[in-house]
Design a protein around this ligand. Structure first.
Ligand SMILES: *Cc1c(COP(=O)(O)O)cnc(C)c1O
Length: 493
């Protein structure tokens, strides 16, 4: 176990190398700054380890994790695509990375220009008039967009609108954002093809006549299916006085092919850490800029990047703006990565990204439809949802299958989401995978289906190869044990 033991168990007194010279100025007591009761009376009990032990410890810890740089990561709805390293090079240029957000505009011309152009690219991709780059994530874009929609209705004296419609397959952030924005959410049923049920939409619009504030939707939806009725849906919601909010987490399927603005949406967020290739996981940082149609531009948060004969500058928002939603200019270096991604792909390249993502998803779906249930059997977009119902009857659940995949150095798909599919497994290969990798994943999924029939215990006891096995996921999320207590007393100084 020596390679697994933790850093407190390593080391010995006197092993740490002092890097600082002895103090040669009088020591200033801290108790005029910090109350004495908060000050340590003894040095912290830290392990004394050599540099190489520290390096090995953290390198080993990093290898206990799984990342997109290590293997296939078909986590549906999250778009875990390869993140080109040139994005990192650009984001670490000192002119970007070390720029203070409060310098005078004259000293930040390149950065403001980048944001100005990025705003235009995002507006073009989404089919919107203008964009705010401030929101720090998709969910943040959602609340910002809903606040804009609310301000719009109120500006027209339309204050009775308190209902936001959300399809039953929606991502949890949609109802959460609507609730935070003080709206009541009403669920829309899906039809047999996996789209919004038009009859149910009609009935719901009638039931809440005069109260519809907005419909929040993603298209393709979380089943990976494109709702062909979207223009009709948009017309009906608009006729009922509502606005349409596009959750752009699934934009990986549509770039350069169609645009939310052309489908009839009024507000759109794009998750730059999904579609535009900023690495994500572990909670951020991300960016969820939103674009709006012309009638909503006055409500955007400000300031917005602008340009005149003397150069680039920040233009303050007008009187109807909902105000800032984030300090400074958003997660600036995420925006630099997105800019680099868009510029290095170009318009044709972005279209090719989406076409390849869709092709890859359909390739896997058709290869696996004989082994797993396919609840909606139609061409998918960049992702699709299988059901492990058939395996469940043999005692093997989607969770067991996900755990078994871990034994083969691949990440499992999203499971149990969307909620409308039993034993859901939501698979998104992305455009960045080779055919060989897709074939390996297909072979693995077929092997697991066979194991479920012939030798279920190997699946039920998985994972066999990972550092930790099956954690109590609820406890791990609700009560994470972030402080490890050493088994023996650490070396004292
Ligand atoms: C990821 C995701 C969101 C939320 O985006 P965050 O950037 O994680 O806040 C919303 N909707 C869908 C469909 C998503 O996949």
């Amino acid at each position: 176990m020596s390679t697994e033991s933790l850093i407190f168990e390593k080391g010995a007194p006197g092993r740490a190398i002092p890097l600082l010279p002895e103090l040669d100025v009088p020591e200033r007591p801290l108790d005029h700054l910090i109350p004495a009761s908060y000050l340590r009376t003894e040095p912290a009990p830290l392990p004394e380890v050599s540099e190489i032990e520290v390096v090995r410890h953290y390198t080993r810890l990093s290898q206990r994790n799984f990342g997109v740089d290590l293997g296939f990561y078909p986590l549906g709805s999250c778009t875990m695509k390869y993140n080109p390293k040139i994005n990192e090079d650009m984001a670490s240029l000192p002119g970007f990375a070390r720029l203070h957000p409060l310098v005078d505009d004259s000293m930040a011309q390149g950065a403001i220009k980048l944001l100005y152009e990025l705003e235009q690219y995002i507006a073009e991709i989404a089919g919107m008039a203008r964009v705010t780059l401030q929101p720090a994530a998709g969910a943040h874009g959602e609340i910002t967009g809903l606040m804009i929609i609310k301000a719009y209705h109120e500006s027209r004296g339309d204050i009775e609108r308190n209902v936001v419609l959300i399809p039953d397959g929606a991502h949890g952030t949609n109802p959460a954002s609507a609730t935070l924005a003080d709206y009541t959410t009403v669920e829309l049923k899906s039809d047999a093809r996996g789209g919004v049920d038009l009859a149910h939409l009609e009935a719901t619009l009638a039931q809440h006549a005069g109260h519809i504030a907005a419909l929040m939707m993603t298209n393709p939806n979380t089943l990976g299916l494109f709702d062909e009725n979207i223009v009709e849906i948009a017309r009906r919601v608009h006729d009922a006085g509502g606005q349409l909010y596009y959750d752009g987490a699934n934009a990986n399927a549509i770039m350069g092919i169609t645009r939310p603005g052309d489908m009839g949406f009024d507000v759109v967020h794009l998750n730059l850490h999904k579609t535009m290739s900023t690495p994500h996981g572990g909670g951020g940082p991300g960016a969820g800029p939103i674009g709006v149609a012309p009638h909503l531009v006055p409500f955007l948060p400000g300031p917005l990047p602008a340009k005149d004969d003397s150069g680039y500058f920040w233009e303050d928002a007008g009187p109807q703006s909902i105000g800032r939603v984030r300090a400074n200019n958003g997660n600036f270096l995420v925006l630099v990565r997105a800019y680099t991604y868009i510029r290095s792909n170009g318009p044709d390249g972005l279209r090719h990204v989406s076409e390849s993502a869709v092709l890859n998803a359909n390739y896997i779906m058709r290869a696996l439809e004989g082994e797993y249930d396919l609840p909606f059997n139609r061409a998918c977009m960049h992702e699709f949802v299988l059901s492990a119902d058939r395996q469940k009857k043999l005692g093997v659940s989607a969770l067991d299958i996900a755990k078994r995949i871990l034994d083969f150095d691949m990440h499992p798909p999203t499971i149990y989401f969307p909620l409308i599919v039993h034993e859901a497994m939501m698979i998104e290969p992305t455009e960045t995978e080779t055919r060989e990798t897709l074939d390996e994943f297909i072979a693995l999924m077929k092997q697991i289906a066979r194991e479920a029939r012939e030798n279920p215990s190997i699946v039920l006891e998985a994972p066999h190869k990972t550092v930790v096995g099956r954690l109590d996921q609820t406890l791990a999320a609700r009560k994470p044990n972030l402080r490890w207590t050493p088994e023996r007393e650490p070396a004292t100084v």
